[in-house]
Design a protein around this ligand. Structure first.
Ligand SMILES: [Zn+2]
Length: 307
């Protein structure tokens, strides 16, 4: 199969992805859609502060870094491109809107599904703003509770854009409450469940939900590695998923980083390296075989983000 991956410096073959961290962040600004902007930070400072953390994982054998910061939360593809130039990593960015307030721009409420999808599709085909840099996937988000109008609309926009571009959709869900509803919306738009990533699926108390999502063929992203109290839970979920033969749908990452805009020197940064230095050994200690570790860290992300 000739499948490709879209990185910020162009297309690569999925075979070139190597060890991949599918959900991390270089830079995030949580001030909200109305106030965020490039005036809020110094790109040079962000690059200088984040570069050593990327160099660390590169030295440890990581080949691909997937940046999950969406538009209006300080997605800055020029910074990502510069970091690729300074390292040998592949970096992916995204298109899409983070469907939680205060990160939704006002126009998203009034624009039609087609108008919003056109923008995301244009980014995928022509590049983001005037950079020519293309997104490698679609990032969306929902809150917990009932589907709101804007949340549902943005999932529909993602479906339309994915159908047109073949980009995979990753959705931040607050504890997965709407995971099955999201899959239903995607199905209504003929988007395969294999094109959807259940972000932050490390919810051990909802194993039944995780299994229901896995049964439909979607990606189960256990991206809380290294977060307080999460590793043991993630290892337990991995055991259950392997036991139920869902090992081909597991993605592992840390949701680590990053330079927080507005904090002195970007605030407290969680390094990316413990994934390799601590978590992979923990998988081995758990008795997970090398072929499965290779699957979780190389093959599965390559398949998940393939076009
Ligand atoms: Zn994240």
């Amino acid at each position: 199969m000739n499948s490709k991956i879209i990185t910020v410096t162009g297309e690569i073959s999925s075979k070139e992805m190597g060890i991949t961290l599918p959900h991390e962040h270089i830079l995030v600004d949580f001030i909200g859609a109305e106030k965020t902007g490039k005036y809020r930070y110094n790109p040079e400072e962000v690059i200088n502060i984040m570069f050593p953390y990327l160099l660390d994982i590169q030295k440890l054998g990581v080949k691909t870094f997937i940046d999950c910061t969406p538009m209006y939360l300080a997605r800055d593809v020029k910074i990502l491109q510069e970091l690729v130039n300074k390292t040998n990593l592949n970096i992916l960015t995204n298109t899409g809107l983070y469907g939680r307030e205060p990160y939704i721009p006002k126009h998203a409420y009034t624009a039609s599904i087609e108008e919003l999808a056109d923008h995301w599709i244009r980014e995928a085909k022509e590049g983001i703003e005037d950079t020519g840099i293309k997104p490698g996937f679609i990032k969306t988000a929902v809150n917990g509770g009932e589907f709101t109008k804007i949340e549902k609309k943005l999932i529909e926009v993602a479906a339309v854009a994915s159908n047109e571009t073949n980009l995979t959709i990753a959705t931040h869900t607050c504890f997965g409450e709407k995971a099955l509803q999201i899959l239903k919306v995607l199905k209504d738009y003929n988007v395969n469940s294999q094109e959807w990533i259940f972000v932050h699926a490390n919810i051990e108390e909802k194993v039944d939900l995780i299994l229901q999502v896995a049964e439909q063929g979607a990606w189960i992203e256990l991206d809380g590695v290294g977060q307080e109290g999460q590793d043991e839970k993630i290892l337990n979920i991995i055991d259950i998923l392997i036991d139920q033969n869902y090992e081909d749908q597991i993605l592992l990452s840390q949701d680590a980083g990053c330079y927080f805009v507005g904090e002195p020197n970007g605030g407290e940064i969680r390094p990316f390296s413990p994934f390799i230095t601590e978590f992979i050994p923990a998988l081995r200690d758990r008795g997970i075989q090398e072929d499965l570790i290779q699957k979780f860290t190389v093959n599965n992300p390559a398949t998940a983000f393939s076009i």
